[in-house]
Write a new protein. Structure first.
Length: 373
C-alpha cells in the first residue's frame, strides 16, 4: 500500500505542480482564457475578476500539488485536489460536448490539449486522487501542523510574487510563437506535404418552387432550369496551421505593411498597445517618446493596435500605426504596452512597459551587431 501511496502522490502532485507553474509563468494567458470562457458562456461581466481568479487558481493548484507530493499538510492538500477535481471534471465534460473554446488552457500555452483530451486526463487523474483521498487518514504529514502551515505560507508568498513578476516583466519562459530569436517568416510557412483543411460544400438550387441540395459531383452545372440560390461549406477536418498564421500589419490607409516590415534590414521597434483607449496614458506617452527618439535616430517605429481607425486618427504625434487583430497582439507580447525589436524579420528582443531600456540603451543595442540575447 505504501508503494501505491507514493506513486499516487507523485502523479497527482506532479500534474498539479506543473499545471500551477505554467499558469504562473504566463498569468495573462490564464486571464485571457478566463475571458474566453466568460464570453462563450455570456457572462462577460466577470471579466474584471479574471486576474484574481487566475492568481487564485494557479496558486491553489501549485500548493495542493506541493502539499500532496511532499506530504506537507497532506489532508489539506488532498482536500483541495478533490474540490478542484469535483469542479473541473464535470466542467471539462460540458466543454468537450459543447466546445465553446477549442483549448481548455489547463496547462497554459506550454501543452495544448483538446477539451476531450482534458476530460479524459481528469478521469485518469481521478483514480490516484480518489485513492489518496480515501486513504488520507492513513498518511501522516512529514511535518508538524504549525511548521507545515508556516512552510506552505512562505512558499505561497514566493509563488504569488513569482506570478506578479511574470505579469510585470513578461514570462520567464516564453511558450508563444513570438519568442526572442524567432524568425517570423519561418513560422508562417506551411511545410510541404502537410494536410490542408477539408470542407464539404453543398449547393442549393431551386426549380419550379422546389429547393434541392447538391454536392460537387452532382450539381446541375449545365442545366439552366435550376436556379442557384446559395451554398454552404462545412469543415470536415482541420489542416495544418503554422505557429504564426495571423500576422498581418495594415496601415491606417489599408496598406499591407507586413512584408515591408518583415524584410526590412533596418532595426524596427514595434510598440504593441492592444487598445489605445484602454491603455495607461502615461505608459502610452512613454512609448510615444521612445518612438519619436527612434525615428530621429533612423530606427523604424510602429504602433500596433486593435483600436479602430477613428481612434487612431485622433493620435496626432507623427508616428506610424498599424491595425492588427487583437488576438495576435495578445500572442505577440504579454504586456500592454509591450515592445518587440526586429531586424530582417527576426525578433531580437522583447520588453514589457516595465523594463524597456531607456532611449540611449536602445540606441546602443541597435548599433551593436551582437545584440541578440
Amino acid at each position: 500500500m505504501k508503494i501505491i501511496n507514493y506513486i499516487s502522490r507523485f502523479i497527482v502532485g506532479a500534474v498539479f505542480i506543473f499545471s500551477g507553474t505554467v499558469k504562473a509563468i504566463d498569468p495573462l494567458g490564464s486571464v485571457y482564457k478566463f475571458q474566453d470562457y466568460f464570453t462563450a458562456f455570456n457572462i462577460g461581466f466577470l471579466d474584471d475578476l479574471s486576474l484574481l481568479m487566475a492568481v487564485i487558481l494557479c496558486s491553489l493548484e501549485f500548493l495542493a500539488g506541493f502539499s500532496v507530493m511532499f506530504n506537507i499538510r497532506f489532508k489539506a492538500g488532498i482536500w483541495t485536489v478533490m474540490l478542484l477535481m469535483i469542479v473541473f471534471t464535470p466542467l471539462t465534460f460540458i466543454l468537450a460536448l459543447t466546445n465553446p473554446v477549442s483549448d481548455c488552457g489547463c496547462f497554459g500555452d506550454a501543452v495544448h490539449l483538446s477539451n476531450w483530451q482534458t476530460f479524459f486526463k481528469n478521469i485518469i487523474l481521478l483514480v490516484p486522487a480518489v485513492w489518496l483521498f480515501f486513504n488520507k487518514n492513513k498518511i501522516t504529514s512529514a511535518t508538524g501542523k504549525a511548521r507545515g502551515w508556516a512552510l506552505l505560507s512562505i512558499i505561497a508568498a514566493f509563488f504569488v510574487a513569482f506570478i506578479f513578476y511574470n505579469l510585470r516583466y513578461l514570462p520567464v519562459i516564453d511558450f508563444l510563437p513570438y519568442k526572442t530569436g524567432t524568425h517570423i517568416p519561418d513560422k508562417m510557412i506551411i511545410p510541404e506535404g502537410m494536410p490542408s483543411d477539408v470542407y464539404e460544400t453543398t449547393f442549393i438550387y431551386e426549380k419550379n418552387g422546389e429547393r434541392k441540395e447538391f454536392n460537387l459531383n452532382n450539381y446541375p452545372a449545365n442545366d439552366t432550369t435550376w436556379k442557384f440560390i446559395d451554398q454552404k461549406s462545412v469543415l470536415l477536418s482541420k489542416g495544418y496551421l503554422p505557429p504564426i498564421h495571423d500576422f498581418v500589419l495594415t496601415s491606417t490607409n489599408s496598406e499591407d505593411l507586413t512584408q515591408q516590415i518583415l524584410t526590412s534590414e533596418k532595426y524596427t521597434l514595434l510598440m504593441v498597445a492592444r487598445r489605445i483607449e484602454e491603455t495607461d496614458p502615461e505608459l502610452l506617452l512613454q512609448g510615444y517618446e521612445t518612438g519619436t527618439f527612434c525615428l530621429k535616430n533612423l530606427i523604424d517605429f510602429y504602433v500596433l493596435t486593435a483600436s479602430t481607425s477613428d481612434v487612431i486618427r485622433n493620435m496626432d504625434n507623427g508616428l506610424k500605426y498599424c491595425m492588427v487583430d487583437e488576438i495576435t497582439l495578445k500572442t505577440m507580447v504579454r504586456s500592454n504596452p509591450g515592445y518587440l525589436l526586429l531586424k530582417d524579420g527576426t525578433i531580437l528582443h522583447k520588453w514589457s512597459w516595465a523594463n524597456i531600456p531607456d532611449k540611449e540603451e536602445i540606441l546602443k543595442i541597435t548599433t551593436d551587431t551582437n545584440s541578440i540575447n
